[in-house]
Design a protein around this ligand. Structure first.
Ligand code: SF4
Length: 349
């Protein structure tokens, strides 16, 4: 029994859960290959140009799985994760979208989670996911769901302690829990706010973590926060929960904007994303009020790496200057400011 899972969209939020669930039931998971330029271009060729990049990438990953000979592909329709908390229309209608744009012979393992309209539970959602494999025993499904939560929770325990995303994912599926200790201090701390699929897909985010690391910047994401911290962030912005990723976007941003150790905030959003345009606007106003520098990076399949890097470098450079001038003021050597070179000031930080 094999199921294909596209390495896109919900993969970046829920793969530890899907892994724990399917593997407990003896279903082998076949992942699509990491995103490449080819994934983006074949995906883009099948949908209307206005579609956001993550959906184009998703279509490219389905094609990749079909090319690998996988004939059952998991395409969940995650409509609503809690009462009146919704995903965007593209994620909600994902199985229909895929059926309409990919005219090839394969089984869409389609299952719907809708906590708003149908008050449908997780077990029903999971039962539909394994029906095509002839698994209907609810006791087995509940047991597999327990294992899924275990892997998922282990993953989050690790990311919250500071273990990087990729390592935490690897350890979680190996059934290990590793806690990050003695973390290195960096001169600049930045919060990176985006959907998981815009952050952890290295082709889409153009390896932004590596780029910031090279600039001696420590990155904080929503994965390092607890739900309580994100709720606090959401409340501080006087914002209400509406979108499914509102905690990870608005909540995390609200929390980090108030966090004194964070020097600036970088957001990445897909061009044409409706939910993000609303959340980012609110976030930008709040950051302005709190005097926290914020950089918005918008991406589509045409985004060039050179422009992306220039904007990040300019932003980080500004953060260094801002921090340096704050320190110089603090130690009351304003009159001797000119004697310090940039490098010396960086050491001071
Ligand atoms: S939330 Fe935005 S980026 Fe994500 S699938 Fe929907 S429109 Fe696209």
């Amino acid at each position: 029994m094999k199921i294909g899972i596209p390495r896109a969209l919900s993969y970046y939020d829920f793969f530890p859960f899907w892994y724990g669930f399917f593997s407990d039931l003896g279903i082998e998971i076949v992942l699509s290959d990491p995103t490449t330029k080819q994934t983006m271009s074949v995906g883009s060729s099948l949908v209307v140009p206005e579609t956001c990049l993550p959906i184009k990438v998703y279509v490219g990953h389905i094609l990749n799985l079909l090319d690998k000979g996988i004939d059952k592909i998991f395409v969940p329709s995650i409509q609503s994760i809690a009462p009146k908390i919704y995903n965007c229309s593209k994620i909600r209608g994902l199985p229909d979208l895929i059926r309409n744009v990919i005219k090839r012979d394969f089984t869409i393992v389609e299952t719907t989670l809708d906590k708003s309209e149908k008050k449908q539970g997780l077990y029903e959602f999971l039962a539909d996911a394994v029906k095509p494999f002839g698994i209907t025993d609810m006791d087995r499904i509940k047991k597999a769901s327990k294992n899924a939560w275990k892997v998922y929770n282990n993953f989050h325990v690790m990311t919250r302690s500071g273990v990087p995303y990729k390592k935490a994912l690897k350890y979680a599926i190996e059934n290990k829990v590793v806690i990050a200790e003695n973390q290195k201090a960096y001169p600049i701390n930045v919060a990176l706010i985006a959907h998981g699929y815009n952050l952890y897909d290295e082709r889409v985010s153009m390896k932004i973590f590596e780029k910031l690391e090279k600039l001696d910047v420590k990155v904080f994401t929503a994965n390092q926060l607890t739900i309580e911290q994100m709720k606090k962030g959401l409340n501080s912005m006087k914002s209400k929960l509406y979108w499914a990723n509102e905690y990870e976007i608005t909540g995390a941003a609200g929390y980090y904007i108030q966090d004194r150790k964070i020097d600036g905030v970088i957001t990445i959003n897909a061009f044409g994303c409706g939910p993000d345009s609303l959340m980012l606007e609110r976030m930008a106003r709040y950051a302005r009020k709190a005097k926290k520098p914020i950089l918005h990076l918008s991406i589509d399949e045409q985004t060039g790496e050179a422009g992306f890097v220039t904007r990040i470098e300019a932003f980080v450079d500004m953060l260094y200057r801002k921090k340096r001038s704050g320190i110089l003021n603090k130690i009351k050597i304003q009159d001797r400011k000119d004697k310090y070179t940039d490098v010396q000031c960086k050491d001071l930080i």
